[in-house]
Design a protein. Structure first.
Length: 222
């Protein structure tokens, strides 16, 4: 019952344009196959709404969240999958987005996979995380688990620096199934170009977001 109430509130908040936290991707007008990577319980997909002729997909690594997504959005297709290993055909989607999950991706591999499943000219939209966001993301855990939170925060800071300067990422040494990084525009632009994206844009505003499109093979980077 609590999960239903929490999810209903999350959808309501996601739709409320008056809130300072309001952030939804803009769906390209001709997109008919759409994927949410790191979809959790599908509340962002529900908040967006789609025309009847859209094929809507989501993937996440949390089985419980996906079970909720399937209950609330039976018309969509959900898969248990990581961003680094997407279970979809090549060049299948018109639009791929991820809101709030990028910090847990192995970004270079995830971008290559997203590029693979997008058609040429297909659009990508990502919400990213600045280094200063670490205090908000980890702050809630500090009072309950200060030492564990400090250790993970130190790892996240070092991993973010490693990513910025080298493009490499390492998993958390105390739990190698976890990864976290905060991003910079400079590094994300380089990784997007390496993965085959062009038209890379970082709109000015309250949020750190990037949009791009899949370049044709062997095209010049734009």
């Amino acid at each position: 019952m609590k999960l239903s109430a929490d999810r209903e509130l999350a959808v309501k908040i996601a739709r409320d344009k008056s809130l300072s936290t309001h952030l939804l991707p803009e769906i390209p007008p001709h997109a008919r196959r759409i994927l949410d990577v790191g979809c959790h319980d599908g509340h962002i997909l529900e908040a967006l709404g789609f025309p009847q002729d859209c094929e809507v997909f989501g993937c996440d690594i949390d089985p419980e969240a996906l079970a909720a997504a399937r209950r609330y959005l039976p018309q969509a297709t959900f898969s248990l999958a990581r961003a680094e290993e997407l279970p979809y055909p090549d060049s299948y989607f018109d639009f791929v987005f991820s809101r709030g999950a990028t910090l847990a991706f192995e970004i270079p591999k995830a971008l290559l996979e997203i590029n693979r499943v997008l058609r040429v000219g297909g659009r990508l939209w990502l919400s990213l995380h600045r280094w200063k966001d670490i205090r908000f993301i980890l702050g809630g855990d500090f009072r309950a688990r200060p030492l564990r939170t400090l250790a993970f925060g130190a790892y996240a800071a070092m991993n973010s620096g490693l990513f910025h300067y080298t493009g490499k990422l390492v998993p958390y040494p105390l739990n190698r199934s976890r990864i976290m990084t905060f991003q910079t525009e400079t590094r994300m632009r380089r990784e997007l170009q390496r993965a085959g994206f062009g038209g890379i844009r970082f709109p000015e505003g309250r949020f750190f977001v990037v949009s791009a499109y899949k370049n044709p093979p062997n095209s010049l980077v734009v």
